[in-house]
Write a protein that binds this ligand. Structure first.
Ligand code: KE4
Length: 440
């Protein structure tokens, strides 16, 4: 149970529209939210209810304009309400919102994904990153005839049962369910290793290799804060998966089309057997995708014996948003500019923390960054947990008071978009300097 820090002054006016909406929400929606992290339990205060957004800015129900570095947790790499995306959605919706039948547009999106990610010879569109990852696991188990999966502590792959498992008492023992309602029998087939610890994976492979169906990993971790792969880590996983016959699954729901017009697998020259996508490929509408080797993917019904289905899979409006987003990314290539803004932000933050004697640093890769309150570097979940989450919560509230909206959790990643400008970074750094000054 997270201790609720006291509500900050003015962050979200108590008794204002957001507070009133939150009270109404709590009467009919569990916790008042449709996804737990939105409830602000890790940072305190009343959740911001958003009225509308454009570019890099949100407008809250309280009428506050907020500079947004959460970006809906990643999909809005072009910024909110990008004209090309809005126009594509309006046009698609005017032709009908769902048919439960095949459309040309979903073929175009599948062709674009396979063209940009050569290891994806086939791709199946689904409705969320969770669906993509759970389908990947089912395919791996069918392909290998094995049951066990290996995930990494701090890795998040959505809320399907096999992924809601934390590390067990010992490295070589099975994981333990991290959510009520997940049977022990499900957790018994999940092994959990520390991220970036290839020696631990090697030990698990010696003991369990013959039973291993899949190794699933975020090739750049974004759910314990931003944690890049150590040199050789991904290459080591590729080698171990090949040696044991396990399916290597890259969960690129966050990183797909985030650091380049492709995946981290392509950027780093490592071909997983399956890749999971989401967020950006739906342009802010519900989409997920799982793709990879034809010999595995063709096990999916109706061709093969692995069942997977979805009423709204390949939804024409969501696919239109995804196509408009990806085509704009390919045409405008904002990646170098977002990376430059990210580097300026990270350097400026580290300098401000150093100058004020605050133990904090900013991990950054391209347009991804996380502020950690603790001595760096953060290489895995244990390192991330040693950071000061309460200090992050205070920083979050002070930045929100200054009109800057960050992810309401220390174990998440901030997102820049093509809509952010150098002036936005300067504003972030000025507010961060003041927020750090009041914590030193
Ligand atoms: P969704 O089912 O939420 O579309 O995707 C699940 C998922 C899978 N893989 C990775 C690497 C992910 O980051 C996610 C979802 N990300 C979280 C935030 N880190 C979504 C935010 C939320 O849960 O509200």
């Amino acid at each position: 149970m997270t201790r609720r820090p006291k509500r900050a002054k003015g962050a979200t006016p108590g008794g204002g529209p957001s507070a009133r909406l939150f009270a109404r929400a709590r009467a009919v929606i569990p916790g008042g939210v449709n996804s737990p992290v939105r409830a602000f339990r890790a940072v305190g205060g009343t959740p911001v209810f958003v009225r509308r957004a454009r570019g890099a800015r949100l407008v809250s129900a309280d009428g506050r304009a907020l500079l947004d570095f959460c970006g809906s947790w990643g999909p809005l790499v072009l910024g909110h309400a990008h004209p090309a995306v809005v126009e594509a959605v309006q046009r698609a919706a005017a032709d009908g919102t769902s048919f439960g039948a095949c459309t040309k547009r979903e073929v175009e999106l599948a062709e674009l994904l396979c063209a940009q990610v050569p290891s994806m010879k086939r791709v199946r569109l689904v409705n969320s990153g969770t669906e993509a990852c759970m389908t990947a696991i089912r395919l791996a188990r069918a392909h290998t005839g094995r049951a066990k999966i290996l995930k990494f502590d701090g890795g998040y792959h959505g809320h399907a049962d096999p992924f809601l498992v934390a590390a067990g008492s010992g490295l070589l023992t099975a994981g333990v369910a991290s959510s009520a309602g997940v049977p022990g029998a499900v957790a018994a087939d999940v092994l959990v290793a520390p991220y970036n610890d290839i020696a631990a994976v090697e030990r698990l492979a010696v003991r369990h290799g013959r039973d291993l169906a899949a190794i699933v990993v975020e090739p750049v971790a974004g759910n314990m804060g931003l944690v890049p792969p150590a040199p050789g880590f991904l290459e080591g996983l590729r080698k171990i998966a090949r040696a044991t016959g396990a399916v290597l699954i890259f969960d690129e729901v966050i990183t797909g089309f985030r650091l380049g017009p492709t995946t981290v697998g392509v950027l780093r020259g490592i071909a997983p057997d399956l890749t999971c996508l989401g967020k950006i490929v739906g342009g802010g509408l519900p989409i997920g995708a799982v793709g990879g080797r034809a010999g595995i993917m063709d096990r999916l019904a109706p061709l093969g014996d692995v069942y997977q289905a979805g009423t709204l899979s390949g939804n024409p409006v969501a696919v239109a948003a995804g196509l408009a987003t990806l085509r704009t990314l390919l045409a405008e290539d904002p990646y170098a500019r977002m990376a430059a803004l990210g580097e300026t932000l990270a350097r400026g933050f580290d300098e401000a923390a150093r100058r004020r004697g605050v133990a904090a640093h900013c991990a950054q890769l391209g347009g991804l960054f996380t502020v950690f309150f603790g001595e760096g570097p953060v290489r895995n979940l244990a390192d991330a947990r040693r950071c000061d989450a309460a200090a992050y919560a205070r920083f979050f509230r002070r930045m929100l008071d200054a009109g800057i909206y960050l992810p309401p959790s220390a174990f998440e990643t901030c997102f820049l978009s093509a809509a952010h400008t150098p002036a936005d970074i300067a504003r972030f750094l000025a507010a961060a300097a003041r927020a750090l000054a009041s914590s030193s």
